[in-house]
Design a protein around this ligand. Structure first.
Ligand code: CP
Ligand code: NVA
Length: 310
């Protein structure tokens, strides 16, 4: 059976544990110089409609370390950019590739691709969600704190794709999620309502950043204007002014709280230079862990030897 990773909502609690445990083993093997070429001969496609540094490189390096190869496909270089349908593209690509990572605008494109593809489809970010990022972040939190169980994660800023994936994760895992977003910039309402109805530990939406951060173990932020929202940058900068992660805001968190940002960061906007450079910041470990966690995802979804063409 084909396995996709389209949103974290599709994973069970056990799936999270399996992926993170495998990522831990793969990280140890890489550091120990132990070969782990479980995907030798496999080909991963990377179909990207948006810019990327971390996602592209961590998947490319990851598949290479697993013995496979990556091929990067920007829309303007393939026939999709000239009107070939998703349905045809997905079926054709399934004949050559063993898995595909898609980064695009609409979540519908990824879902449509997955409907037609016979290979695993991994969501490498859409306007709606960023599942690989939050899986990696959970791994980083577990590394730094020993567990994510019972912790309070405070997400401060825009209710964007990263926030939505945090909500999906919080619906499945025993952690508390506090979100602080200005009015008009809430996370996706359907994702939020569904998760609030399903979670026991609690997901709360605050207007006050300091209230959300009070007693938090993890303080997380992301850009105020995501890819595709460049025109809104100015309006957003004024709406989000009270949501900057700075020393004053961090004063409300636990003393041992860590600071996270998925990067790229706009220093001086959503986070100050001094906070992102402080010992509490784990942003570069976060970036590295994309590699280990995505290798685990690839092993799980691309590891089978079966091939189905229909
Ligand atoms: N965090 C993240 O997805 O980074 P890129 O946009 O560089 O891939
Ligand atoms: N919310 C950001 C995340 C970038 C990794 C964006 O979509 O641009």
């Amino acid at each position: 059976m084909k396995k996709d990773l389209l949103t974290l909502y599709d994973l069970s609690r056990q799936d999270f544990e399996v992926i993170l445990d495998k990522a831990g083993r793969l990280k140890k093997m890489l550091y120990g110089g132990v070969p782990h070429e479980s995907l030798r001969g496999k080909v991963l496609g990377l179909l990207f409609d948006k810019s990327s540094t971390r996602t592209r490189l961590s998947f490319e390096a990851g598949i290479c370390q697993l013995g496979g190869v990556a091929t990067f496909l920007s829309r303007r270089d393939i026939q999709l950019g000239r009107g070939e349908t998703i349905a045809d593209t997905a079926r054709v690509m399934s004949r050559y590739l063993n898995g595909i990572v898609i980064r695009t605008f609409g979540q519908e494109l990824v879902e449509e691709f997955a409907r037609w593809a016979t290979i695993p489809v991994i969501n490498g970010l859409t306007d709606l969600v960023h599942p690989c990022q939050i899986l990696s972040d959970l791994f980083t939190i577990r590394e730094k704190k020993g567990t994510f169980e019972g912790l309070t994660i405070a997400y401060v800023g825009d209710g964007n794709n990263v926030a939505n994936s945090w909500i999906n994760a919080a619906a499945r895992l025993p952690l508390r999620l506090h979100l602080a977003c200005p009015e008009g910039y809430d996370p996706d309402r359907r994702i939020l309502e569904r998760a609030i109805n399903e979670t026991k530990e609690g997901i709360k939406l605050f207007r006050s950043a300091s209230e959300a951060v009070s007693g938090a173990d993890v303080v997380y932020t992301d850009v105020w204007a995501s890819m595709g929202q460049e025109d809104e940058q100015e309006a957003r900068a004024s709406a989000f002014r009270a949501y900057q992660v700075n020393e004053t805001l961090l004063g409300y968190a636990r003393q041992d709280a860590i600071v996270m940002h998925c990067l790229p960061a706009h220093r001086g906007d959503e986070i100050t230079d001094s906070v992102i450079e402080s010992p509490r910041s784990v942003v570069f470990d976060q970036a590295e862990n994309r590699l280990h966690v995505q290798k685990a995802i690839m092993e799980i979804v691309m590891g089978g030897s079966e091939r189905s063409a229909t």
